[in-house]
Design a protein around this ligand. Structure first.
Ligand code: SF4
Length: 269
């Protein structure tokens, strides 16, 4: 089965023949195939994710409260500020912005220059200021107030589609808001998780952040989306680093094709 996710929000599925079939995104063809059957590959992925989640929890413990457990609009702003920077700079930019504009109404009336100045420490200030102000302007125009509460009752794909229709908001940012502010079973994939998932063979090497998130999300056990997101990031930062990963210290070594290949190679050298 070959699957492509189209920008239109449809999956393009080719299943044992040369015909492409359009498949609505909310019927994820990786949780059931086009005939509604669950294949062995899918069961295998779900079991592997459950096992990985268990091992990471055993190693790192259950993660405590996450900084993204914010009110949804503030969490959206915090997450926009986290793009392409580290946690320390994101937090500095967010605190500075909230000090300068303590309410969302005040922030919405700020000029782009004022917002840029307040968030400069987070980098990409111009782009981020524009994204924050246009999100607030759209909420005010469409909802009459600065709220995302209306997303709480929506199915996950619909809530995600709304958030990603905001300028500067991609699948990763949307999923962070949906997971941590609304408790939906969204799975944000950042560069650490993408690297770890690629090495573990959970996603194809060609997958980008958005595709990896949509492929993994439906197979993660209930209640494990947030802990797995946080522990995979921790694994990626501390052990499965971009360079010189510490395979021998990794709790996933015996279930990781790349780790096993690399340690065998080193053993032969
Ligand atoms: S075994 Fe190595 S490559 Fe695999 S997840 Fe662990 S550190 Fe990463």
């Amino acid at each position: 089965m070959t699957i492509k996710l189209l920008d239109s929000g449809y999956w393009h599925v080719r299943w044992n023949c040369n015909q492409w079939i359009q498949w609505p995104q909310h019927r994820n063809p990786t949780t059931t195939d086009v005939f509604g059957w669950v294949t062995e590959e899918m069961v295998d992925l779900a079991q592997r994710l459950a096992d990985i989640s268990r091992r990471l929890r055993r190693r790192f413990g259950r993660p405590s409260r996450c900084v993204h457990g914010e009110e949804p609009v503030r969490n959206l702003i915090l997450t926009i500020l986290s793009q392409n920077t580290n946690d320390a700079n994101r937090d500095r930019a967010f605190s500075s912005l909230m000090r300068r504009f303590p309410t969302l109404s005040l922030l919405a009336t700020a000029t782009p220059g004022e917002v840029e100045e307040a968030i400069r420490t987070g980098g990409l200030a111009k782009t981020k200021a524009k994204a924050i102000l246009s999100a607030l302007a759209r909420l005010k125009r469409e909802r009459g107030e600065f709220t995302l509460e209306f997303l709480r009752e929506k199915p996950l794909p619909e809530a995600r589609a709304y958030l990603t229709s905001l300028p500067g908001v991609g699948v990763k940012t949307a999923n962070i808001v949906l997971l941590f502010s609304f408790g939906l079973e969204a799975f944000p994939v950042d560069t650490h998780i993408l690297r770890v998932a690629g090495r573990l063979g959970l996603v194809p090497a060609s997958a980008d952040l958005a595709r990896a998130a949509l492929l993994l999300e439906p197979h993660i056990p209930k209640g494990e989306h947030a802990p797995l997101h946080l522990t995979m990031i921790r694994l990626g930062r501390e052990i499965c680093r971009p360079r010189n990963p510490l395979h021998a210290e990794c709790p996933l070594l015996d279930v990781c094709p790349e780790g096993l290949r690399e340690t065998r190679k080193r053993g032969r050298a």
